[in-house]
Design a protein around this ligand. Structure first.
Ligand SMILES: [Zn+2]
Length: 214
């Protein structure tokens, strides 16, 4: 099964795709990782990508499309894949319809305030990088890492006003993409408004759609 995942930052996509990947024995292809690998391996596409990334510019559609298309042609994707971070634009979505048959786009949805508290509550250890959450995964001593006693800080991009802005940008950018996929009948809306202990409720919704296609 060929799956695309959509959803705002902080909705928990990474966690859900890990579970689904394992369960179905198919790889998760993250476009962010593809960029990093291509740059590191200094492939032709990697060199082009690096130019844009180092200037802080968006990588043009034709480069992203080639990177993803090449990756999905590799052997491990023959039995299916979960694609994360693509398509981000309508031209990317249109290209995808031509080079790969997509069975479903799982669209994870949660209210802004839920996402705000998920990301806004995160604290990262300055020393070892361990991640906590003030409510869900609190350290034993407030502000101190359990593992290394390092100080816990809130990352700049996890502050409330920044998250709010990231959500606005996400919505503006991806609305046309989800609208496009919806007209193709590919969108499956998944209610992700459950605490992490109840992740089963989210996975069950996904499986409902996945059993239809397999
Ligand atoms: Zn630490």
């Amino acid at each position: 099964m060929n799956i695309v995942v959509l959803g705002p930052p902080g909705v928990g996509k990474g966690t859900y795709t890990r579970v689904l990947s394992k369960k179905h024995g198919i790889p998760t292809i993250s476009v962010g990782d593809l960029f990093r690998r291509a740059i590191k391996d200094e492939t032709e596409l990697g060199k082009k990508t690096k130019d844009y990334v180092s200037r802080g510019d968006l990588v043009p559609d034709e480069i992203v499309i080639d990177l993803v298309k090449n990756r999905l042609e590799e052997d491990d994707c023959k039995g299916g894949f979960i694609l994360d971070g693509y398509p981000r634009t309508v031209p990317q979505a249109e290209a995808m319809m031509k080079f790969k048959k997509i069975d479903v786009a799982l669209n994870f949805v949660a209210p802004d305030e839920v996402i705000m508290s998920r990301i806004g509550g995160r604290r990262t250890c300055r020393k070892c990088g361990a991640i906590y959450h003030i409510k869900n995964v609190p350290p034993t001593i407030e502000g101190v890492c359990d593992r290394c006693s390092g100080r816990l800080i809130q990352r700049a991009d996890e502050k409330p006003e920044v998250i709010q802005n990231r959500l606005v940008v996400y919505r503006e950018k991806t609305k046309p993409v989800s609208d496009y996929l919806r007209t193709k009948g590919l969108i499956a809306d998944i209610d992700a408004n459950y605490p992490i202990e109840e992740i089963d409720k989210i996975i069950t919704q996904c499986e409902k759609y996945l059993t239809k296609i397999s």
